[in-house]
Design a protein around this ligand. Sequence first.
Ligand SMILES: Cc1ncc(COP(=O)(O)O)c(C=O)c1O
Length: 392
Amino acid sequence: MTRIPHTTSGEPNPLHALTLDRLRRRTSMKWRTYPDDVLPMWVAEMDVPLAEPVVHALTEALALGDTGYPAGTGYAEALAGFAAKRWGWDGLAVERTAIVPDVMLGVVEMLKLVTGPGDPVVVNSPVYPPFYQFVEHMDRQVVEAPLGADLRIDLDTLDESFRRATTGGRRAAFLLCSPHNPTGTVHTADELAAVAALADHHGVRVVADEIHAPLTAADADFVPYLTVPGGESGLSLMSASKAWNLAGLKAALAIAGPASAADLARLPEEVGHGPSHLGIIAHSAALSDGTAWLDALLAGLDDNRRLLADLLAEHLPAITYRPGDATYLAWLDCRALGLGDDPADVFLRRGRVALTSGIPFGTGGAGHVRLNLATSPELITEGVRRMAAALD
Ligand SMILES: Cc1ncc(COP(=O)(O)O)c(C=O)c1O
């Protein structure tokens, strides 16, 4: 796939826009889970104002009282336009999409289409903890295929886990996280084609959670799973929620490849009643008109990754941080600090900074923390100061 350059947008960096006082007025999970003396750098919410096109679309809808049920394919059309411009993907067919309430409920619905109760679902640990929670809650079994030491998919391990998962002729699925949360790894076209070949060989169905795709850095290439050879039978979930901070405005899209269209067609009609009409309006506006804002955000995230690496080298050199090419999450290996399996607990109690514990990310998570970089340079500096103070 040819690289499409991101434009230099001329928009201000949205990560510089908000003060801590203003952020503390928010009532969302990031800001209300811990007391006010704790700096929250955990759950995947961003410290940014909304992109202007999103504000405009929502304000207009509110002024009109346009708060009924969703209709039409506007969200899918907006995503198809974004995918064509951003990733050179012209094959996102609107007729092979369905609206779903959010990405995780979409994952659940896609897994229901291709597996049955008790069937295995393979994941690349360490991975986004709800992959375990939702899969187990829907009565499927998680099978881990840990990432390699380089934080990339280990194809031999994946092969072996597919073999185990399909023993006795069971139906199995692979829940791919692309780009990967928490490492920020952007899988290459070759890696994804190899995944598709393994899945085909073992008869494993691939469900790709691609929610972080728009958050791929300008100098890296996101490759949609459905575009790789063999990816036609995959199912993907996409959303504007992570890249434009719209988690409170629920809406996502399930997308089928040409060879999985019949599966998606079996999605019960009532699933489409879950997303919010205002969510769809917001996500569509972000994808259609929010690219300049996104480019400014991505430039700011590049700066923040460099800042974090410099601060850690100076104040906490025992932590290993390998910056990823996507997401706004930093995966920090704290094992050399000697703080045990749950360093996040030590940083919270002694440093008053809330990071996400690595333990619920599965095998490979112990001794790690995940830090949310989608904030101002000042708060990143303060967060690292608090982490270092926890060790005094
Ligand atoms: C990989 C991944 N999938 C899904 C989600 C949640 O998406 P949604 O709120 O649309 O379910 C997140 C949120 O951080 C995520 O990182």
